[in-house]
Design a protein around this ligand. Structure first.
Ligand code: PRE
Length: 98
């Protein structure tokens, strides 16, 4: 192995270690978020509230897109990602109500 290729292998490993650490943060963060949304789902079912709240969603999307721009993340990606998670939450809420 040349010096350049062993340095590249070292850098690749460092990046992958960071990616693994950040993936763990994502999983634990998502799990914590779902714990809160499950509690919200129970509250909504107990009080006959609708599973989705479009006004709240548009506020969340707007806020997330502002943060994404600030963080140098594609705001369209951030929006799609949040919409995907919220879609999943709404399915869970609907199950609580049925
Ligand atoms: O805040 C709520 O009312 C929720 O049910 C949580 C949540 C979310 O996942 O953030 C999910 C569905 C709603 O449409 C809005 C937001």
């Amino acid at each position: 192995m040349t010096d350049a290729s062993s340095r590249a292998a070292e850098l690749l490993k460092e990046h992958r270690d960071s990616i693994d650490r950040l993936d763990a943060v994502l999983v634990y963060t998502l799990a914590e978020r779902f714990k809160h949304t499950q509690a919200v789902g129970r509250l909504k079912a107990e009080h006959a509230l609708p599973p989705s709240d479009p006004l709240r969603e548009s506020q969340q999307i707007e806020r997330l897109q502002r943060m994404a721009l600030d963080a140098d993340l594609d705001p369209e990606f951030a929006k799609n990602f949040l919409n995907f998670i919220i879609g999943e939450v709404i399915q869970h809420h609907k199950k609580h109500q049925s």
